[in-house]
Structures are given as structure tokens and as C-alpha cells.
Design a protein around this ligand. Structure first.
Ligand SMILES: *Cc1c(COP(=O)(O)O)cnc(C)c1O
Length: 420
């Protein structure tokens, strides 16, 4: 039998750095051998050795309906049969754009891209083009994809690699980037083009904005004539039908989306008011494009996904996440393990510490205490897949039935006792 996880990892490592196409997947920060997925359905992934896991990774967000949802598959297969990419506009793009815009108050026009990275990168370029200013303020621990100017003090995989940014990013590329602590409204002067923020930080574990933080950013940006960018690649269409904008009642000038809106295929999107988007080529001077942007398979998967995300779905998502978070808290308390399970609506985090962190420095102290990797392996060997790194969150979705959630909690309880 050659298709063991170990054998595939060895083969992969010969032809891909770390054997993977995105660093966190390599298990570097938890140790061990990654499971190679053979197939997945609903809340489960099954590896090449036939081991099935209850999956809370869900591709880090896209899997809001669970894996291989029949309605999404049907849409993708039907689209594929008509051709996979044309380099010409399609009905699907118009429909997806209309659907996205209809859900978010203030989002009047948008561009589809093929990843969240492209969306955030393009949103920054747009903000600079609109304001004629260069400076970007971002927050430590917030991740906006792997574009040069936004890598500094990013969370997620960058935090996992123990790097503050990345080799290969020239000083010039970050010369106009200011990194501020999350949850403190920074000084914003008239050199600032844009303030980029994850409205709920979900790439340094889960860190909610403190009361008044987002409103404070809105007011400070207005006072300085800077644009406010909500990177809703995780929160968009997950936190609520209208994303963080609806949840918090604070409207940014520019948005970046991704993950959920592609239904598991590669899609990102950035958008703004009609006036601001009027600066994007061919209407204006800010260039951005893409060979596969608005790809017909991806738009079909995205539309099929959003179709199922009605008002009831968001009530259900919240209920599932609450059941999971409540059960996890009880499991840790019963085992005598100091752990925090922050929750913002459908988003659930996990920190092995005593006090809930509010910024990246506080997160790092907890994330590096060595407990997460032990817990990760204890639950994995019992059949629950969490993200292989302490800076990620859990992604409960509509496929996680009560029975599945309860089984996960039971497994986490056993694991908590094992490491106590
Ligand atoms: C995942 C993520 C991105 C990057 O999206 P990709 O599709 O991985 O390029 C950007 N911002 C946030 C908040 C994310 O979580």
C-alpha cells in the first residue's frame, strides 16, 4: 500500500516545499504527518487510509454547508458541462455580483477575483488610487492574504511559521505599511489612504473587537479622509447575511470577501460604492484583472451556496456554534483545563489560557504555550480534525448536526482529560 499519509507526505515533500501548497497544512506547528484527504462529505473528511474525521477546518471557511453539498455539486457539474472558462462575461457573474451586493448595505459594485489575497490586495490599490495617498494601516494579528504590503505581523500561517513577515519582501514594499495593535484606534493622519481590519479577527484565534473599536475606526477615518476597509473574507456571509457590516452596524468604504462566496471553488471579491468602484479600470485608472476571475464553475458554486444561506440558515449556524462552544467550555472545566472558547455568532475560537486575549501580543503568549499541539493530536486520533495550528479558529457549519457536535464534544472531553 503506497497511499499512506506518510508515503504521500514523503512524495509530496520531494516536489513541494513542506509537501504542501499552503504552509499551515504541513503540520509544522503541531508536529506529525498531515492526513491526505481522499474524499469528504458533509461534516466529515476521510483520508487516504480510510480514517474519517469530524472536520472543523472546512477549508478554513468555504465549507459553510459542509463538504460536497449535493446542490453545490449539481451546480458545478452543470456549469462545467457548458465550458469552464471563456475570457468573456457570463450570466453567472452578473447573478453572483447582484446577489452579493443585495446582501450588504453600501456594497453597490464589486469585482470578482480568484482569491481573498487578490481581493485584499486590489482593495488596497483601489483605496490608494482613490485617495492619492500611500499609507496603509493594518493591525497586528490580522491576516489579509499574502500580498507583500500586508504580510507584516499577519496572523494565521505567518504566525505559525514564527515569522514577523516574510523573507523576500523588500523594505520598499512595507515602507508605507503601519502595523497597529488590534482593538486600539490608531492615530490616523492625512497621509493614510486606508485602514484595513478584520472586523472580527479570525486569524489569531478568535478575537472580537472591543466595544467601540470599529465605530472608533469609522470616525477616525472620516476625520482624516482615509478609507476604511473591512476584510470580510471570513466574516462575510458567515457572521450574518450582511456579514460584519450588519452584525456591528458599522459600514466601511471598501470590502474584501472570499471563502464562503466561492462555495469551495476559488473566488474572492472586492467592492465599494458605485463612486469608489468607478475608479477601477475600465471606468477609471486603477488597474486590476484576471484570466480566471468570475470563473463560471466558481460563480455557480458561490450562487448555489448563497441560495441556501437564507435568514433561517444564519439562526441555525449561530445555534450550532453555541452548542459547540458551550459543550467545549464544559468539557474543559470538567477536566480542569484552563481554556477559553470565544464565540462571535457562528465563529468559535479556542485558547488554552486563563484570560481572553484582546490583541496579538496576548494571543501569542497563549498560542505558544505548547498546549494546543497536544490537544490537537489527542482529538485527531479520536476522530476530530481541528486546524493544525493555534492561530486558527473552528468552522462549525450547517452540516454539523447536533449528533455530530455532541460526538465532537465527547471526544474533546476525553482529550481534555488526557492532557490534564
Ligand atoms: C483567508 C483570508 C484571506 C486570504 O484569502 P485567500 O483566498 O487564502 O487568498 C484574506 N483575509 C482574510 C481575513 C482571510 O481569512
Amino acid at each position: 500500500m503506497t497511499d499512506t499519509n506518510e508515503a504521500l507526505f514523503e512524495r509530496g515533500k520531494l516536489v513541494m516545499p513542506g509537501g504542501v501548497n499552503s504552509p499551515v497544512r504541513s503540520f509544522r506547528s503541531v508536529g506529525g504527518t498531515p492526513y491526505f484527504v481522499a474524499h469528504a462529505e458533509g461534516p466529515y473528511v476521510t483520508d487516504v487510509e480510510g480514517t474519517r474525521y469530524i472536520d472543523y477546518v472546512q477549508s478554513y471557511g468555504p465549507g459553510i454547508l459542509g463538504h460536497a453539498h449535493p446542490k453545490v455539486l449539481e451546480a458545478v457539474i452543470a456549469a462545467a458541462a457548458k465550458g469552464t472558462t471563456f475570457g468573456a462575461p457570463t450570466l453567472g457573474e452578473v447573478e453572483l455580483a447582484e446577489e452579493l451586493a443585495s446582501r450588504i448595505s453600501g456594497l453597490e459594485m464589486l469585482r470578482l477575483t480568484s482569491s481573498g489575497t487578490e481581493a485584499a490586495m486590489s482593495a488596497i490599490r483601489l483605496a490608494r488610487g482613490v485617495t492619492g495617498r500611500d499609507t496603509v494601516i493594518k493591525f497586528a494579528g490580522c491576516y489579509h492574504g499574502h500580498t507583500d504590503s500586508l504580510l507584516a505581523a499577519g496572523g494565521s500561517g505567518i504566525a505559525n511559521q514564527g515569522l514577523s513577515g516574510s523573507a523576500g519582501v523588500p523594505a520598499g514594499a512595507v515602507a508605507d505599511t503601519i502595523v497597529a495593535p488590534f482593538n486600539v484606534v490608531p492615530e490616523i493622519d492625512d497621509s493614510v489612504a486606508v485602514v484595513a481590519v478584520e472586523p472580527v479577527a479570525a486569524n489569531m484565534g478568535l478575537v472580537a473587537p472591543t466595544e467601540g473599536f470599529l465605530r472608533g475606526l469609522r470616525d477616525a477615518c472620516d476625520a482624516a479622509g482615509a478609507l476604511l476597509l473591512f476584510d470580510e473574507v471570513i466574516t462575510g456571509f458567515r457572521l450574518a447575511r450582511g456579514g460584519a457590516t450588519e452584525w456591528f452596524g458599522v459600514q466601511p468604504d471598501v470590502w474584501a470577501f472570499g471563502k464562503v462566496i466561492g462555495g469551495g471553488l476559488p473566488v474572492g471579491c472586492y467592492g465599494a460604492s458605485r463612486e469608489v468602484m468607478g475608479h477601477v479600470a475600465p471606468l477609471g485608472g486603477v488597474y486590476q484583472g484576471g484570466t480566471l476571475s468570475g470563473n463560471p464553475l466558481a460563480t455557480a458554486a458561490g450562487l448555489a451556496t448563497l441560495e441556501l444561506l437564507d435568514a433561517d440558515a444564519y439562526v441555525e449556524l449561530d445555534r450550532i456554534a453555541t452548542r459547540l462552544a458551550t459543550g467545549m467550555r464544559k468539557a474543559f472545566t470538567d477536566a480542569g483545563i484552563p481554556a477559553l472558547v470565544p464565540q462571535v455568532g457562528p465563529l468559535v475560537g479556542l485558547f488554552f489560557g486563563d484570560a481572553e486575549p484582546t490583541n496579538f501580543d496576548e494571543v501569542k503568549l497563549i498560542a505558544e504555550n505548547g498546549v494546543y499541539p497536544r490537544f490537537f493530536h489527542e482529538v485527531l486520533q479520536r476522530g476530530v480534525a481541528l486546524a493544525p495550528g493555534p492561530y486558527e479558529i473552528l468552522f462549525p457549519g450547517l452540516a454539523h448536526t447536533d449528533a455530530v457536535v455532541d460526538e465532537s464534544i465527547e471526544i474533546m472531553s476525553e482529550a481534555a482529560h488526557a492532557i490534564a
